[in-house]
Design a protein around this ligand. Structure first.
Ligand code: SF4
Length: 72
């Protein structure tokens, strides 16, 4: 960790909680990822908002979480 980092402990704890609850990870799982998930707000973008009620945050196209759902 960068020794110069000034971490907002509340935001950091919130991010850790989000990862724990959603199993969010930075790589896709067997071809499933945010890019082809129902909740990825702007398909085609590399970074977009996830509107799943447990997420409600920016996510990367190559990320994945346990709430992944097939696009309709
Ligand atoms: S629900 Fe999960 S897999 Fe789907 S866009 Fe949101 S973070 Fe990505």
């Amino acid at each position: 960790m960068n020794p110069d980092a000034e971490v907002d402990e509340v935001a950091f704890a919130s991010a850790q909680r989000l990862i724990k609850v959603t199993a969010l990870r930075g790589t896709p799982v067997e071809g499933d990822g945010c890019a082809n998930c129902y909740y990825f707000l702007e398909p085609g973008e590399r970074l977009a908002f996830c509107w799943h009620d447990k997420l409600q945050t920016l996510v990367g196209a190559d990320w994945w979480c346990q709430f992944w759902e097939m696009t309709e």
